[in-house]
Design a protein around this ligand. Structure first.
Ligand code: SAM
Length: 266
């Protein structure tokens, strides 16, 4: 996977690529990266990259020309007459497609992501119309710039690229199979008065697997019932998971409403 990040602040992006697992992935040649300073493509000697919006209004907008030149310097081409795009150019924007684990999986399959970071009040619309393949939002809030959003997209996608981390680590983590992750514990066995659940010390793999699945269902029902509904609607869950959802969901209803649900008839 190759990441190309267009930004007014390359140092933010560079620091991230120089640290931890990402630095290892880059050194091992699994991930490649370049940051491009949009200011290098400014047209005047002051290296201006922003101006006031036509029609008035608060704040400044990023100029089209430096952005267009920066994009073309990394191989992006304007849409042709048929509206076809040649690359995967993503503009980070609060109005974009919501970024989820499913979107991360989809993007992790690309060979290259070209990530365009906005600043100020955003960018000239003509750049979006001419070059952008997809706008992505990392949540319903407004950040002061796109760098943090680009790093969220990079962080969530690169770890899904083959050989970055083990497939086993990805298997049962949050959102895989439509559930959140089970609770985890490490040493010491006794922390103050708090003990690690006995069963995890038993070495009984099948019991541990069942306990973990139960905890995943319990936690998802409590914290993200929307994920359970989505998993049910899309037929994501196997029989064992569906049974747990029925049992634990029923128990939750009883607790919440004080009513015992009647067993299914027939
Ligand atoms: N005026 C814009 C609006 O109301 O939609 C907000 C501009 S914001 C202050 C500056 C830049 O931060 C945007 O161009 C975008 O690149 C980035 N940004 C802000 N919030 C974001 C979000 N939730 N997801 C992705 N990028 C975001």
């Amino acid at each position: 996977m190759k990441y190309t990040v267009l930004t007014l602040f390359p140092e933010i992006i560079d620091a991230y690529f120089a640290s931890s697992i990402m630095a290892k992935a880059v050194n091992r040649g699994i991930v490649a990266y370049r940051s491009v300073n949009i200011r290098d493509f400014a047209l005047d000697k002051h290296r201006t990259c922003d101006d006031a919006p036509y029609g008035g209004g608060a704040g400044m907008l990023m100029l089209a020309e430096p952005l267009g030149k920066a994009l073309e310097s990394v191989g992006a081409v304007p849409k042709d007459d048929a509206g076809h795009l040649s690359g995967r150019v993503i503009y980070l924007s609060p109005g974009g497609r919501p970024f989820t684990q499913d979107v991360a999986r989809e993007l992790a399959r690309e060979d290259e992501l070209i990530l365009l970071c906005g600043r100020y009040e955003g960018i000239d619309q003509r750049i979006i119309d001419a070059y952008v393949d997809q706008e992505i939002s990392i949540g319903d809030y407004v950040l002061s710039s796109g760098e943090v959003a680009a790093l969220a997209v990079i962080d969530a996608t690169y770890r899904l690229v083959d050989r970055v981390i083990t497939a086993e680590s990805l298997e049962e983590e949050s959102f895989s199979g439509g559930l959140l992750e089970y609770p985890q514990y490490t040493r010491p066995e006794l922390y103050g008065t708090l003990k690690v659940p006995e069963l995890l010390l038993s070495g009984h793999h099948e019991n541990i697997r069942r306990w973990r699945l139960k905890k995943r269902v319990e936690k998802t029902l409590a914290l993200r019932p929307d994920l359970i509904r989505r998993g049910e609607d899309t037929g994501l869950f196997d029989g064992e998971t569906r049974k747990l959802i029925q049992e634990l969901g029923g128990e939750r209803n009883e607790r919440d409403t004080g009513h015992r649900s009647l067993p299914d008839e027939g």
